[in-house]
Design a protein around this ligand. Structure first.
Ligand SMILES: [Zn+2]
Length: 74
């Protein structure tokens, strides 16, 4: 269930690849609608949030990945 969480800047994989053959999209705008940009052809698409959640397969890379922060404490 938790892989249905997504944030601005995340790279996501869709269930259906883009016509250009690339299956990686970057989330470039969040709101009622989600704007994603195809990493292959740089085309951006606006998709209603509900639809996006159905079409998205998983998050490939999170923009705010906690795994990359090795216990940095200040
Ligand atoms: Zn494309």
């Amino acid at each position: 269930m938790e892989n249905k969480q997504f944030h601005l800047g995340d790279i996501v994989q869709m269930k259906k690849p883009h016509p250009c053959g690339t299956n990686e999209m970057a989330i470039i705008r969040m709101g009622m609608d989600i704007r994603v940009k195809c990493l292959g052809c740089k085309h951006s698409v606006l998709i209603p949030r509900v639809k996006f959640e159905k079409r998205m397969k998983k998050v490939l890379r999170s923009a705010q990945s906690p795994a990359l922060d090795n216990e940095k404490e200040e």
